[in-house]
Ligand binder design. Sequence first.
Ligand SMILES: [Zn+2]
Length: 168
Amino acid sequence: MSKVLLLNYENQPLRICSWKRALVLILKGKAQCAQAIKNIEDFITINNTSIPRVIRLNYQVAVPYSELPFNRENIFIRDEYTCQYCGKKFKYEELTLDHVYPKSRLGPDIWENIVTCCKECNQYKADKTPKEAGMKLLRRPCRPKEYFEFEMKKYSFSDRKYWEQWAS
Ligand SMILES: [Zn+2]
């Protein structure tokens, strides 16, 4: 709840930042509140200071193209910590990665071939394809396209719901 959505001057969402970073940007005159503060959910209060939950830069910045690192955590985030076979949600340590097309048959380490999988499903699937194992993927894995959309997956449902109005 102590995070702030930072918008570019022309209102595109840039990133989620800490309240400290938001405060520094405001105090340095680099950013300001992006909307009229009407409701209690429009700001966060820290040490008696109210910080808006959405701020806008006072100038437009070029958005650098950022390639999302291909790693275990980012795959879990993409799949929302949900086993892509049984559809149940798990904790980080209860999950593993599954090569849809098996590694033993040279299935590649790419976004399109790796999914989040619980240990039980992983053991059951072993070195078979989903079809051979009689399993079905929840959805076809792909490389996350929109960085901001991916970033949002890290936050709670209520935060996402609040910020999503800015993300379209
Ligand atoms: Zn599973």
